[in-house]
Write a protein that binds this ligand. Structure first.
Ligand code: GLN
Length: 392
């Protein structure tokens, strides 16, 4: 069956359909990873996007559920040069084609993904529609135009957990705020023995305090950080009270909460080999990335933040730390799977920061904090009780 990919600028690609039949609009972006298509498909940060892989052969090692970064794929469409229908891997459970069909995601293969990537690099990311229908181009253009940017935004609520859950451990209590978190973050915390409570994106500062965490981890997630205003407010309320570590969207929200600004990149960073320089050591780390927005460098100057890492390719901000409070963040993914694993040490740094914070927090103030928490936890008197009290 034929499939077509129509870009907002009118460029039309005609190829072969795979995955689900139908039509999906999204922002078209490219990922340069040679492996990792399962993690890309199931990374909630891609919600609302049509992803093209620059590596030309996709699907050759099949699909293994254990490798997923969340419970289901979130991409709106998948674009590849060649798609393998007969995976060759003992762990494979089924093919990419089966996965896309199961989750109603259309795919297109046999198109010039190199040309598509060059268009995105030249003109920037843009909207696109992927279809298996025979609709006329004019009609498709109209449909794409009707998809408001709002439909492609505000994806955090769609990808976050609706209720809190815990992943118990015997060490530090970490509250992981799920803005569309990758499973890899939980895996890294659990492997270090952390007692993790995963909470929804719209958790309030008081709800976090009630959990009495040793530290807070702000996860990755889809969309524009400026759409998640309530999270910025919550983070600014918790800043200084608990050690904080932000990853990707969590990094951007942390920056906004500290008064810095974010902006959209022309075509973003998505792949497994982005070089990042740690300014303190001068060392270069190879990192896994997936983001379209970035923290504006100049805006950091007027805040209490310090830039700790920069991207070696385009010099954009890749890491921040607070100069007064125990809090830091990175734009890339230290929990990368399938890799590179250069930055896994950042989880150890976070736990060390928690240990230092505990050691430096006078016992009396910790007790005061616990007392404050107890006050917050105490049930509020109901209106009825107030009325009875008033009558007495
Ligand atoms: N992986 C992420 O957390 C992505 C952050 C944000 N949605 C961006 O595109 O910049």
């Amino acid at each position: 069956m034929q499939a077509r990919l129509l870009l907002q600028d009118g460029t039309l690609f005609t190829g072969t359909a795979f995955g689900a039949e139908g039509e999906k609009t999204g922002e078209v972006v490219f990922n340069t990873g040679i492996t990792g298509y399962q993690e890309v498909l199931s990374d909630p940060s891609y919600c609302g996007q049509i992803v093209t892989m620059t590596y030309p052969l996709i699907g050759n090692y099949g699909i293994t559920r254990d490798d997923f970064e969340s419970v289901r794929p979130f991409v709106h469409g998948f674009v590849v040069r060649r798609h393998e229908t007969v995976p060759s891997n003992w762990r494979s459970e089924y093919s990419v084609d089966d996965l896309l069909k199961e989750y109603d995601i259309p795919g297109i293969s046999e198109i010039d993904t190199r040309m598509l990537t060059r268009i995105i690099r030249h003109y920037g990311t843009m909207k696109a529609i992927l279809t298996t229908s025979n609709k006329r181009v004019e009609e498709l253009m109209e449909m794409m135009g009707d998809t408001t940017i709002e439909e492609l935004r505000n994806q955090v609520a769609r990808t976050s957990t609706a209720t809190s859950y815990s992943s118990p451990g015997s060490k530090e209590r970490i509250v992981l705020v799920d803005y569309g978190a990758k499973t890899g973050i939980l895996r890294e915390l659990n492997s270090r023995g952390c007692d993790v409570v995963v909470v929804p994106h719209d958790v309030s500062a008081d709800e976090v305090r009630r959990l009495n965490p040793d530290g807070i981890l702000l996860s990755n997630g889809p969309g524009d950080p400026k759409d998640v205003t309530y999270a910025v407010k919550t983070i600014s309320e918790l800043l200084g009270e608990y050690p904080i570590f932000g990853i990707c969207l969590g990094h951007q929200l942390f920056a906004l909460a500290c008064g810095a600004d974010t902006e959209k990149l022309k075509f973003g960073h998505r792949g497994g080999n982005h070089p990042v320089k740690e300014l303190a050591s001068g060392r270069c780390f190879i990192t896994s990335q997936n983001h379209g927005y970035t923290v504006n460098e100049e805006s950091v100057e007027s805040t209490d933040l310090e830039i700790t890492h920069i991207n070696n390719n385009d010099k954009t901000v890749e890491g921040l730390k607070h100069t007064r409070y125990p809090a830091f963040s990175v734009q890339y993914h230290p929990e990368a799977a399938p890799g590179p694993h250069d930055s896994g040490y950042l989880f150890d740094r976070f736990l060390q920061m928690i240990a230092d914070h505990k050691a430096n927090t006078p016992v009396i103030s910790r007790q005061a904090q616990l007392a404050a928490n107890a006050r917050i936890t105490a049930p509020k008197p109901t209106a009825q009780l107030e009325a009875v009290k008033g009558a007495l």
